[in-house]
Design a protein around this ligand. Structure first.
Ligand SMILES: Nc1ncnc2c1ncn2[C@@H]1O[C@H](COP(=O)(O)OP(=O)(O)O)[C@@H](O)[C@H]1O
Ligand SMILES: [Mg+2]
Length: 309
């Protein structure tokens, strides 16, 4: 098995339906455009080049995942899109307009729970609309709608500490979506959840996304999560943080967990693995290639080669 193909399926191969879907996506308007984005941090040890010359565009209602090893600049990138961090050079355009600070057109969901612990679920979700100046009745109506949407109707009057981790992330999603953002920015939102809850949340997020007009930009370091969710996957590499590849996920929609073992899914996963975990070079003191190869000792007297049985 080579790195890019599994059972003769290459991650670049697209069925006609998948190809048509990407053609349709590309016809939609560009929501987000990142141009030559670079970010350097000054540290005591000198400069860290967190991002270098990042370029990509995201179309309306597209689902883009970002993947890359720890420290490759994923959080720096999403914080810049959120307007919480300013770039060293380059431009970020949302609907054609430069981003110059946080705004209601972008909703954020982080891994850590960012809810107000002293407010109920309902009041946490109402907070954004109230801040924007709509009346309390209208804020409450909107909050209830989104609390229903994330399946927490019965918990509207509960406090965050009374909820499980998955439920708290549902509140965080409702709180971001109640402002009707153009784009939802999610930084490893399910990273702290157990595997089953995480899987349920992924499916739930796809359901929500199907039903509303929102574009999703989602950071993860879980390859399965990225392939299951994304239309395209932006792969970053560290030191400096650079784009290695933007992958069009060849797995058809609607997605289901049964597709995890499909040829298209596995070929994509093999490609991501090759990009993110390149083979380790064998450390050697010797100039002699043969001497560098690990020596295998045979612990059997049976003459048959098991691979040729
Ligand atoms: N506020 C900061 N000051 C200095 N260096 C930072 C700061 N934030 C991030 N970095 C550095 O920038 C690089 C990218 O970090 P980050 O965006 O958090 O990566 P990721 O989210 O992919 O793990 C890392 O080398 C990190 O140490
Ligand atoms: Mg991060």
């Amino acid at each position: 098995m080579s790195n890019n193909t599994v059972d003769n399926q290459n991650y670049l191969d697209q069925s006609p339906e998948v190809r048509e879907r990407f053609a349709r996506i590309k016809q939609r308007e560009v929501i987000l455009e990142v141009r030559d984005l670079s970010k350097r941090y000054a540290t005591a040890q000198g400069e860290t080049e967190a991002l270098r010359n990042i370029n990509f565009t995201v179309h309306r209602r597209e689902f883009v995942c970002v993947i890359g090893a720890s420290g490759c600049g994923k959080s720096t990138l999403i914080r810049t899109l959120a307007g919480l961090e300013s770039q060293s050079s380059g431009e970020v355009l949302l609907d054609g307009k430069p981003i110059s600070g946080p705004g209601r057109d972008r909703g954020m969901v982080f891994q850590g729970y960012s809810l107000f612990p002293w407010l109920t679920v309902k009041h946490n979700v109402m907070f954004g609309p109230q801040m924007s100046g709509v009346g309390n009745d209208s804020a409450e109506r909107d909050a209830r709608l989104w609390i229903d949407m994330v399946g927490l109707t019965k918990f509207a009057d509960s406090y965050p500490h009374q909820l499980s981790g998955g439920m708290r992330q549902r509140v965080a999603i409702a709180r971001a979506l109640v402002n009707q953002p153009r784009i939802l920015l999610m930084d490893e939102p399910f990273g702290a959840l157990d595997a089953q809850t995480r899987s349920r949340m992924q499916t739930h997020l796809l359901e929500i996304w199907r039903n509303i007009d929102v574009t999703i930009f989602f950071i993860t370091h879980d390859l399965d999560e990225a392939i299951y969710l994304a239309d395209r996957i932006l792969v970053l590499k560290p030191h400096p943080g650079e784009v290695v590849e933007m992958i069009e996920v060849p797995v058809p929609r609607p997605r289901s967990t049964a597709q995890f073992s499909s040829a298209a899914f596995l070929a994509t996963k093999a490609r991501l693995e090759a990009l993110i975990h390149p083979p380790m070079p064998v450390e050697t003191d010797s100039e002699d290639d043969d001497a560098a190869r690990p020596r295998m000792v045979r612990f059997t007297d049976v003459a048959d080669n098991v691979e040729n049985l």
